[in-house]
Design a protein around this ligand. Structure first.
Ligand SMILES: [Zn+2]
Ligand SMILES: [Zn+2]
Length: 153
């Protein structure tokens, strides 16, 4: 299914930080739309679109020193979610969870091919804003019930 030579790229708004998804990482484990309160706060918007990809094949190709981290301790699990953003332009790019060291969450709007992006599920729909309709043909979860450990194996 996933072409071993497939390569995708992404960048922050100012272009200082660039990354690459190759091989295993090029094909997301899933694409999710998150309605949780942290994602609303950090995006300043209704939701966050994210691709969950394997860390294998993920690399920051430029500007890693410009990345800043925020430990988000408001996660359901109580485990801090490390959210990374560009210190220059403020674009949020990645998130890492200690619950699964094998995956990285990519803020999908930073992907160069975002125009073709489609969610496979919606999570934390309990916090879906009134003006956002349920997405057609997309699995929806009240919270996030996936066992993170079982992913990316
Ligand atoms: Zn930037
Ligand atoms: Zn969220």
């Amino acid at each position: 299914m996933s072409e071993p030579t497939e390569s995708r790229t992404g960048a922050c708004l100012c272009g200082k930080i660039k990354y690459q998804l190759q091989g295993k990482a090029a094909k997301p484990l899933h694409n999710t739309v998150c309605h949780c309160l942290s994602c609303q706060r950090i995006t300043g918007s209704a939701l966050l679109a994210a691709s969950i990809v394997s860390k294998e094949g993920f690399s920051i190709t430029q500007g890693e020193d410009a990345l800043k981290s925020h430990a988000d301790t408001k996660s359901d699990s109580g485990q801090p979610l490390t959210r990374k953003f560009c210190s220059e332009c403020g674009s949020r790019l990645f998130a890492f969870t200690p619950l699964n060291e094998n995956i990285v969450m990519i803020a999908a709007g930073t992907l160069d091919d975002f125009e073709d992006w489609r969610p496979s599920k919606e999570q934390y729909c309990v916090h879906r804003l009134g003006f956002v309709d349920k997405m057609k043909g997309v699995e929806s979860q009240d919270r996030h019930v996936t066992n993170m450990r079982s992913e990316a194996e």
